[in-house]
Write a protein that binds this ligand. Structure first.
Ligand code: SF4
Ligand code: SF4
Length: 159
């Protein structure tokens, strides 16, 4: 599949104003989400930001947490920081030890400055961890999904 095709959910397609319209969010709020690292749209060589379908889902998810669950931005960031990326990626104990995401309570994994070898030189925009809010999953749903796929049991068993 062409990486920029319309079917590819991670393809950078929508400019800022279109993303704002699609999500019922102000341009100012979208810029704020980007600055705070809640979303990571694609940056063109001309420094223009383009949003993918995954970004749109993530923004809708953020709106849901804000409007329906009454969380604030700091709470949402902490929620994203709590996602156990090391259980989803092929990340070893030694990888975890070298990575700030393993201990950070405030930064989502794609935001930390020191990452373990598993995640170095990887485009976070296409990673399954960044893509989790495609279904706007809460932490319990994430664990249930991992349990179903036996990823969780295998990982814990191996350690
Ligand atoms: S290397 Fe770090 S960011 Fe990557 S999966 Fe492991 S703990 Fe998470
Ligand atoms: S590739 Fe990026 S989003 Fe995926 S687990 Fe690693 S740091 Fe997180």
């Amino acid at each position: 599949m062409n990486s920029n095709s319309i079917e590819n959910p991670t393809a950078p397609l929508y400019p800022l104003r279109v993303a704002a319209e699609l999500t019922g969010t102000s341009v100012y709020a979208l810029r704020q989400y980007v600055d705070l690292g809640l979303i990571i749209p694609y940056k063109t060589p001309a420094n223009r930001r383009l949003y993918s379908k995954v970004d749109i889902q993530r923004i809708l998810c953020i709106r849901k947490y804000l409007d329906e669950y009454g969380l604030n931005i700091a709470g949402i960031k902490a929620l994203f920081a709590a996602v156990p990326c090391w259980l989803i990626k092929p990340c070893t104990e030694s990888d975890c030890e070298q990575c700030d995401a393993y201990t950070s309570l405030t930064q989502p994994c794609w935001q930390v400055s020191v990452k373990g070898p598993t995640c170095q030189n990887i485009d976070c925009r296409i990673c399954e961890v960044y893509r989790l809010p495609e279904e706007c999953n809460d932490l319990k749903s994430i664990f249930k999904k991992l349990e179903k796929e036996k990823t969780l049991t295998n990982k814990i068993f191996k350690r």
